[in-house]
Write a protein that binds this ligand. Structure first.
Ligand SMILES: [Cu+2]
Length: 252
């Protein structure tokens, strides 16, 4: 099979599209709220988007989180924050959510049950991405009380304690970025990112991602990272081909 590689590099001010111009944003937001933004179809001969999200600048050292409570369980030393994890060699940024934002039709949305654990007084994984209609098992693997405080705006917010070894399950039906914190241990935070379509991925420790079975077409592709913000570009996918969409993010 002939496999060609097309390259798109998204850097500031180059192939970088502006999200601010009103019409598209408003239409998209309205469609999303009505739940009519995405149609499930049979995708045959879809293409694949691969890419890397890299950090532009000196590799930042991890912010340290002060552990000042429940030290027998949480540890006596301060913990490295995962709010911005940049690989020292590849400069890849971990835990970036890369997604197609304006795709009208494509593969079926498969609801999942993801897991977000509180372990040794950190949330793990730090970022969970799920499609709408999915659930998250919120676990407490520690022997101390934790709390789950969701800063949801569209989905029902919750703020509940969970005892050691406990679990609660929450369903997320609307697309948004929901920060989850523990009010018992102020240093603990994580994000549940809920997407309106199934075309998204979370970057690995080298900043790499892969989005598969995309119908041929041109789409807006977005990278979001909690400290570096959002960047959007255009990507053109062709049947059975692999297209590269790289992002470069910088500190704001
Ligand atoms: Cu906690």
């Amino acid at each position: 099979m002939l496999k060609s590689l097309r390259c798109l590099t998204i850097v500031s001010g180059l192939a970088f599209s502006v999200m601010g111009s009103g019409v598209w944003i408003n239409n998209f937001a309205m469609a999303q709220e009505k739940g009519a933004a995405y149609k499930e179809v049979d995708v045959k001969d879809g293409g694949t988007i691969v890419g890397t999200v890299k950090f532009d600048g000196d590799v930042p050292s991890a912010k340290m989180l002060k552990v000042d409570k429940d030290e027998q369980t949480c540890g006596h030393e301060n913990k490295a924050s995962e709010e911005l994890v940049v690989n020292g060699e590849s400069k890849g940024v971990k835990n970036v959510v890369v997604s197609l934002v304006d795709i009208a039709a494509g593969k079926k949305i498969e609801a999942v049950t993801a897991t977000l654990d509180q372990k040794e007084c950190l949330f793990t994984p730090h970022v969970v991405a799920i499609p709408v209609g999915s659930s998250v098992d919120l676990l407490n693997s520690d022997n101390v009380m934790h709390n789950l405080h969701s800063w949801s705006i569209k989905n029902p917010a919750f703020n509940e304690g969970v005892s050691g070894g406990g679990k609660m399950t929450k369903k997320f039906d609307l697309a948004e970025i929901a920060k989850i914190t523990c009010d018992v241990h102020k240093w603990m935070s994580s994000f549940v990112v809920i997407k309106a379509n199934p075309y998204f991925a979370v970057t690995n420790e080298n900043g790499q991602f892969k989005i598969e079975n995309v119908p041929a077409g041109t789409y807006k592709i977005e990278a979001w990272q909690e400290k570096l913000g959002k960047k959007t570009g255009d990507v053109t996918v062709k049947s059975k081909e692999e297209v590269v969409a790289d992002f470069v993010l910088t500190k704001k």
